[in-house]
Design a protein around this ligand. Structure first.
Ligand SMILES: NC(=O)c1ccc[n+]([C@@H]2O[C@H](COP(=O)([O-])OP(=O)(O)OC[C@H]3O[C@@H](n4cnc5c(N)ncnc54)[C@H](OP(=O)(O)O)[C@@H]3O)[C@@H](O)[C@H]2O)c1
Length: 402
């Protein structure tokens, strides 16, 4: 199998799972000639956490090759020359986990998602691989008030995208699906730490962007009031160990042409996630929840809380929208006996605790401010105000104790 993106979060999780639970050899194109030890270390760490250190035979099943520049992808062919003689070539399958998640860099998104996929698909065709597995995203269809189907998004429908990222992933899906190569498209929602011990090996995306933003901004002093965008809308996270299970199940069992939503059933609401966090490490006297980013009373807000909301605004905007995903394939795999742990407030709490335990800043803050912590803060949900700029006279919908 040719596996791209092995230096990244999901690519290394996929590599670890395939090494442990299958016998397949992995040939992994990497850019910039990283040291083999640096690439293997995260995979090794995952395998050790999964119960047993990486064995010599598992290690021997990973081969790194240079990823040629985009317009010379066919030079992947040259990789054959340096390969161990026991490895069959060309690869029977491509698993494409490389991708760009930089919401604001349209050029990098075009290169990393659209062009790279285009080139790899062309190579897959030249090699006549039996399948092209593509890691997309559950959000690739853009905003929708319908249940998002496990099928290729229709091209004729005008769509509104949260960012260029979702648009670029949708275009990449179209390239894969239109290539004539048998395919499997896996669409994970947002991947967070392990449901078992909370460890997280990814970058500062999604929930971690928010937690790290808070760690940086709001632990300078205890605040009596906390204001956040926190509607009662379900969030969509999948734990990294559960993603691995979902990947291997889909890889083994779903027929060619499948699109698979690697998601958990409706998760806790955004409001519940804030409560979990505030309860663990801030405990203000009053919490004000707003329904959407545009409703925040930015001019009256504490400067650091405002910076936090600005930092996370794109993800908060996405999270305040109600996303619903078809889960037919998930149910199909579960009927085969797979048991995918659902993402619940209690399992997110495990990840949150792991994050707090690793943060000297937050631990010191809790220690110093514990005496100020309020046991039952006043919780206020503001009604939806509407577009930014409208007079901000949010009615208090509900006052209650936590
Ligand atoms: N993380 C999530 O929660 C999540 C959820 C749903 C879908 N996904 C999808 O999963 C894929 C991987 O995400 P991730 O979280 O693993 O991201 P990541 O940790 O940032 O890893 C990205 C990987 O892609 C490679 N890459 C990026 N741009 C490239 C380019 N132009 N040419 C060649 N390689 C390139 C990176 O290589 P370098 O090391 O050389 O930079 C790295 O191996 C993405 O396609 C993303 O859309 C992720």
């Amino acid at each position: 199998v040719l596996l791209t993106g092995v230096t990244g979060f999901l690519g290394s999780l996929v590599a670890a799972k395939l090494l442990r639970e299958d016998t397949v050899d992995l040939v992994c194109p990497v850019r910039g000639a990283p040291a083999r030890g640096d690439v293997i270390a995260p995979i090794e760490a995952e395998l050790a956490i999964a119960g047993r250190p990486m064995s010599a035979s598992e290690r021997a099943r990973i081969t790194l090759v240079a990823l040629p520049p985009l317009d010379e992808i066919d030079r992947l062919e040259d990789a054959a020359a340096g390969l161990d003689a026991r490895l069959a070539w060309p690869p029977a399958e491509i698993i494409h986990c490389a991708g760009c998640l930089d919401y604001f860099d349209a050029e990098a998104l075009e290169k990393g998602n659209v062009e790279l996929t285009q080139q790899l698909v062309a190579q897959a065709r030249r090699w006549g691989v039996r399948r092209f597995v593509f890691l997309s995203t559950a959000f690739s269809g853009g905003y929708s008030d319908q249940i998002i189907p496990e099928s290729i998004h229709e091209q004729a429908i005008a769509r509104r995208d949260p960012t260029d990222y979702t648009r670029s992933k949708r275009q990449a899906e179209w390239i894969v699906a239109g290539s004539g190569v048998p395919f499997l498209i896996i669409r994970p929602s947002i991947v967070i730490g392990s449901s078992q011990d909370g460890h997280y090996s990814g970058k500062r995306y999604g929930l971690y962007q928010l937690w790290m933003g808070m760690e940086r901004l709001i632990f300078d002093q205890w605040r009596p009031v906390f204001q956040a965008v926190g509607p009662r809308v379900a969030t969509h996270f999948v734990h990294q160990d559960v993603f691995q299970e979902m990947f291997i199940a889909a890889w083994r069992h779903l027929p060619p042409g499948s699109v698979f939503h690697a998601v958990s059933a409706e998760g806790p609401t955004l409001m519940a996630l804030w409560s979990l966090w505030l309860d663990a490490c801030l405990r203000p006297g009053r919490i004000e929840y707003f329904q959407q980013v545009a409703d925040l009373p930015v001019h009256q807000m504490d400067r650091r809380q405002r910076s936090l909301m600005a930092l996370a605004s794109v993800n908060l905007e996405i999270a305040t929208s109600s996303w619903r995903f078809e889960t037919t394939n998930l149910a199909r795999l579960e009927r085969m006996g797979y048991d995918f742990t659902r993402t619940a407030l209690s399992s997110i709490a495990v990840c949150q605790q792991a994050f707090i335990d690793e943060s000297a800043t937050i631990r010191a803050f809790i220690e110093e401010n514990r005496s100020r912590f309020v046991d039952t803060p006043e919780v206020i949900e503001m009604e939806m105000v509407g577009q930014a700029g409208r007079a901000r006279e949010a009615e208090v919908l509900l006052r209650r104790a936590l």
